[in-house]
Design a protein around this ligand. Structure first.
Ligand code: GDG
Length: 475
């Protein structure tokens, strides 16, 4: 499936499933990235390269829902060393302010190099002459340079979905120079926030010694690399429409009833990840009850923790800690039929997510560090009546745009308690004023605008004579 546009991401936008007749098939895994990229993929008849999960070999390229997908295989040892190891045991914690301690292992790094090389070779073999290749995220930071060596004719973009750390943290990485050079293979390196782009340019100047000016890096071979912020967003109109549907309305009512129609429902939805600040937020809520500010008859906290990276030890430990905390809080503070926390360790269809957003009065999003946090934006998109409150960590990328949220420092439990209480007690006028402003922001900066702006900036880079990529046709 050679193409003029090739997307390279760690994961394909599908999961392997067993069909009703027992044979293996595919099911779309609707995530932010698919919604964002699908329209550009379609307009350009693009090809998406990625890992479908699992260790199956000899998977052929296939078409799914009009998209050309090329599965990459991964051995058990690559899953352990590259994916669970270097990607999620080294880079993930290092790029999230060392919320957990990153581990540095040379075998992990070797596997990272090998897998990145394989992805680069696959992209090189599938890109038409002068094509555009868009590489995604922290698992594939070496691909831009590896790909450029194989195919100097390509226009290459890279987008990092997670924060890019300041030099003081990044320089711990034994392979810091290789990572920076890997990224510099791209013509455009995109970050969530201007701070990440600034950290990158500064590190390139200090560590690699290239000349830089504002957001540009000048390479000795005459190429110029641009580093800029492109804050990612969501399909705001799609979420709003879903939230307004009769089915979601009915489900939201059913959820409230099942919870005993409390006065206020607090909600948290996160992958079960130590960066998300789940533990501290539940503690803050429980203290509000213990202190007598809230009563389990009036308020309940629904926490959805979506299973994630369950083979990585730190994630198992976190799960146990949260299980214990929820058990203790409910044991100490709950009454019959009235737990303080309704805890769900599961993933749900999009409709159920929308129903939860619609049912909840106060959304609590308190990561210690987060590239953006789409959940915060999805909640806002679903509040079509301009009601509901958002308590949001200052350290989520989304806080740059959602200024009217109750912004909190997630390390400050007392401040979180006060903000949650203020949001609980806020009157309708206050809620409307804040929500209306946030909804306007989300409508204007939706995911289509994100993808278009990245693509058009990439097309403007004049390093190559590549063919420009057509913008997505949107209704
Ligand atoms: C990374 C960065 C950045 C979650 N559970 C279910 C489900 N989800 C969907 C949400 C949301 C997405 O997954 C999660 O996105 P977040 O942004 O909240 O967090 P990460 O997974 O950590 O994402 C982050 C993002 O990349 C994009 O660049 O914002 O900072 O860490 O869309 O709705 N969807 C369904 N069922 C679930 O159970 N259907």
């Amino acid at each position: 499936m050679p193409a003029d546009l090739v997307i390279v991401a760690n994961r394909l936008p599908v999961d392997r499933v067993e069909q009703s007749d027992g044979t293996p098939g595919w099911r779309g895994s609707p995530g932010g990235l698919v919604t964002a990229i699908e329209p550009v993929m379609r307009a350009n008849d693009g090809t998406w390269i990625g890992w479908p999960g699992g260790t199956e070999t000899d998977l052929e390229p296939f078409e799914y829902d009009g998209m050309n997908l090329v599965p990459m295989t991964m051995s058990q040892s690559e899953i352990e060393l590259f994916y669970e190891g270097f990607a999620n045991g080294t880079i993930w914690p290092l790029y999230h302010d060392l919320v957990a301690k990153p581990e540095f292992h040379r075998e992990w790094w070797d596997a990272y190099v090998a897998v990145n090389q394989r992805f680069a070779e696959k992209a090189a073999s599938l890109a038409n002459k002068g094509a555009t290749v868009w590489v995604h995220d922290y698992q594939l930071q070496l691909v831009p340079q590896m790909l450029r060596e194989l195919r100097p004719d390509l226009r290459i973009g890279f987008y990092l979905h997670i924060p890019f750390p300041p030099a003081e943290l990044f320089q711990q990485l034994p392979w810091r120079r290789q990572i920076l050079e890997g990224l510099l293979g791209a013509d455009l390196v995109g970050f969530q926030l201007p701070g990440g782009a600034g950290n990158f340019v500064r590190l390139v100047r200090q560590r690699v010694g290239h000349k830089t000016h504002r957001d540009l890096v000048y390479l000795p071979d005459g190429r110029t690399v641009r580093a800029a912020a492109f804050p990612i967003s969501i399909d705001a109109a799609g979420f709003e429409e879903l939230a307004q549907s009769d089915a979601v309305a009915a489900r939201a009512t059913a959820i409230r009833e099942a919870l005993g129609n409390p006065r206020r429902i607090f909600l948290g939805i996160d992958r079960l990840d130590y960066t998300k600040g789940i533990y501290a937020r539940l503690r803050a809520f429980s203290e509000l009850i213990a202190d007598g500010h809230l009563d389990v008859e009036d308020a309940v906290f629904v926490q959805v923790a979506v299973p994630s990276r369950e083979q990585v030890e730190q994630y198992r430990i976190l799960r146990d800690e949260i299980d214990r905390l929820v058990g203790r809080i409910n044991g100490d503070l709950g009454r019959i039929g009235k737990p303080a926390i309704s805890y769900l360790h599961s993933s749900y269809p999009r409709e159920e997510m929308a129903a939860l957003y619609r049912a909840a009065d106060i959304m609590v999003v308190t990561p210690y560090r987060d590239g953006m946090n789409l959940v915060a934006k999805e909640y806002v998109a679903c509040r079509f009546d301009d009601d509901g409150a958002l308590v949001l960590s200052e350290f989520a990328g989304a806080a740059d745009e959602l200024r009217q949220a109750w912004l909190v420092n997630p390390y400050d439990i007392n401040a979180m308690k006060s903000s949650m209480l203020e949001a609980y007690a806020a009157d309708e006028k206050e809620l409307t004023k804040r929500m209306r402003a946030m909804r306007k922001t989300i409508r204007q900066h939706d995911v289509a605008a994100w993808a278009d702006s990245f693509m058009s900036e990439l097309a403007d880079v004049d390093n190559t004579h590549a063919k420009p990529v057509k913008p997505a046709k949107r209704s």
